[in-house]
Ligand binder design. Sequence first.
Ligand code: HEM
Length: 475
Amino acid sequence: MFYKYCYEKYGGIYETNNLLRCIVLCRAEYLEDFLSKSTHGMRSANYKGLKELGIEGKGITYNNNFKSWTFNRHFFNQAILSPKFTNEVIDWTNELFNELEGYWDKLFSREEIIKEKKNKLDFFIWFNHYKNDMIIKLLTGERTYSMANYFNTLSDEKSGHQSERVEDSEKLFQAIRKFHTGYLFFSVTTPFIRRYVPYYKNIANDILQNIGFTNQKLDEIIKRRRQQIEDTPLDKPLPHDMLTSMIIKNTFRDGNYIETGEANRSMTDSEIRVNLFDGISNGSYKSANMLSFIIYYIAHHPNVKKKMLEEIDSIFQDDKMRTINKDDFYNLKYCEAIVKETARILPIVHFNTRYIDKPSEIAGYQWPADTLFLANIQAIHNNNDYWEKPNKFNPDRWMDENFEPKKNSFIMFGGGLRLCPGRKLATIELVCLIALLFRKYEINLVDMNSPIKVKCDGGILVSCVELLVEIKPRN
Ligand code: HEM
């Protein structure tokens, strides 16, 4: 609300000065320099907290060392953007959706439950758990049981998965979730406060303990996978998860391996660990949030819902059971338009940050080194200079073959060098889930008069707090 107020009052560029000086850019044209140069590839200043958190110059998201970021990002992209990985995404969407349906059938689909109107659920929480299991499976190749754990809390009948493994999954996800708070805490407090002021010292210790726990769990997973790869005969195929790809790249198990020494070295375990962590922490909650927003907008736009159901039914006919495949994904054009339109009107990532370490010209002005910029994605996505009737939820705008948003005016996945590497994975998943959900279920909001319940996470992300829906099998 504050940034919206400033945008309306001061226009396309303004400055805030809270703990840090920050230049806020609200026009697509201003992003040209901001996104295009390699010198503007840094996300934040290199503050001391990064070192204490053990991520300084490591991984992708918070890595400000350009050389090391390039190395890690290359491995990450290769693993996640390959066609084999895309197949994995679709296979595991089918598999985990099936598991979710098993739980829903037990809890919400029986006739007497529907008659008694007890078929209500918090859609956001379910998909948060679903997404946890999905991202861990895709990135590490191992199963976690976050959905099963949630089911166990709602049902007297338990999920059937080993209770120890279910509880372990929950501990891991809680630790990963805490990291975001930790990152923020370490970026706004000084080392003195963290070490010597008792209240803050306790918080800092708790965050560091959490990181220690996450690192230990990820190290165990990496060790297990290295052993499995070693035990797999050379003529047998290896799985296509991200962890396996990162371990074997630039080793003799990699099909494209050429021995070149240090120039093409493979990754160490600690590098792999931070990359996995970046993928898990970025990839788990954003899609669950977005899917919740999508459900909300569909429920409030009956014409969009009708058109979407026509598309889904034309592809699946009356078959509510068959698995979804890659061709279905490519044919679900209107569902993809719904994803884009939801991200345009309510982007989860409201702001994109960049930091310059050398004097630069941005938005027509000269800026000194160490200036922090925020691209106000929400303002750009809702500006009528770039969008016709920007406040209208209208997926049809994306259906015109000749339609191309103005440069940098649609940046749901950011842009430039640090463009989101998970964009393909996220889009496939969201489109497939819309189709799997609506071909079989009638999904209505419990309260059509309630505005969407969101909160601001760390000043940058908008996340769903709750989305109560009523589900029943579609007639
Ligand atoms: C709907 C889902 C998602 C949205 C809206 C989203 C959006 C974004 C945005 C806006 C950025 C910042 C880009 C920039 O600074 O220019 C970003 C970065 C990133 N995202 Fe995503 N993302 C999503 C899903 C995912 C998934 C599924 C993964 C991983 C598997 C992922 C991994 C990352 C990583 C590692 C970065 C840091 C990239 C870098 O600094 O080089 N994201 N994402």
